[in-house]
Design a protein around this ligand. Structure first.
Ligand code: ADE
Length: 267
């Protein structure tokens, strides 16, 4: 069974990196069933209009609700029908036998700077779902009534990549899909590489080294050359604490930050 992903965007080509590397391989292996939809296909005017000026005035344009509702209705109808047939979206995917066949609705994710922070914890939650749909907003945002309308039909989560502003949701979808897909069984060969990484247990990673043992006059820390596995594990844990205290004090209890940084001063 595979994870079905639907992405609605006015820039379908923006999602083409999902053909590459591990994600592309996962799709070809049938672990991911990705469908990209052009929002403009759900307009009915000559100019394929998806935006209009904001009520109440202000800068920029707002995405119209009508095309979004039609696009999401299409996604729900196509996905819940089983998805084994070509869909005429021109996405060219030989749709795998999706786990979404049977799920009635997707969880809708709307990336935006005003959302809940996207974290490793949320990536893990999303990797447990059978069907995710992503709505990529552009301009000043999507008419608020679309969130209400969708919320009456499917779970909706507004998620932010971080406290900065992108031009639209597409790049955020690339990041979120990669973070979720790599957690799926079979996507990453070495499952151990998943547990020993930043954010899986609340600490940043320890520094890593490879040959040569001396490079540019810089030596690899002695402890790593000694083969004392206990000592190596302790050193790595210490490095993780130090890094986290220095770079991401928000991840540690305030008392731990002071202790770790005071220990560092002493040396
Ligand atoms: N769209 C625009 N800015 C964004 C952000 N920071 N996170 C997610 N989606 C966005």
């Amino acid at each position: 069974s595979s994870l079905r992903l639907d992405v609605v965007t006015i820039f379908p080509e923006y999602l083409s990196p999902l053909d590459l590397s591990l994600i592309g391989k996962a799709r070809r292996d049938g672990l991911l069933d990705l469908h990209v939809h052009d929002l403009r296909d759900f307009t009915h005017d000559r100019h394929r209009t998806v935006d209009d000026s904001p009520y109440g005035g202000g800068a920029g344009m707002v995405m119209k609700p009508g095309p979004w509702a039609e696009a999401l209705e299409h996604v729900v109808a196509q996905g819940s029908a089983g998805g084994a047939e070509g869909d005429g979206d021109g996405d060219g995917a030989a749709a795998a036998d999706s786990a979404a066949a049977g799920a009635r609705v997707p969880t809708l994710i709307v990336p935006g700077p005003g959302g809940e922070p996207f974290t490793q914890q949320i990536a893990r939650e999303l990797a447990d779902e059978a069907w995710l749909a992503f709505a990529c907003g552009r301009y000043e945002g999507i008419d608020e009534r679309v969130y209400e309308w969708a919320g009456e039909r499917m779970p909706v989560r507004v998620l932010s990549l971080g406290d900065y502003v992108l031009n639209g949701g597409e790049v955020a979808v690339l990041a979120m899909v990669e973070a979720v897909a790599r957690l799926l069984p079979g996507v990453i060969g070495n499952a151990e590489s998943l547990v020993e990484e930043s954010h899986e247990d609340g600490l940043l990673e320890y520094p890593v080294y490879t040959k040569p043992a001396e490079w540019d006059g810089r030596a690899v820390p002695d402890v790593l050359l000694g083969g004392n596995h206990r000592a190596i594990a302790e050193w790595r844990h210490e490095q993780r604490l130090q890094r986290t205290a220095e770079r991401r004090p928000d991840l540690l209890p305030p008392t731990a930050v002071s202790t770790v940084l005071a220990d560092l001063e002493e040396r």
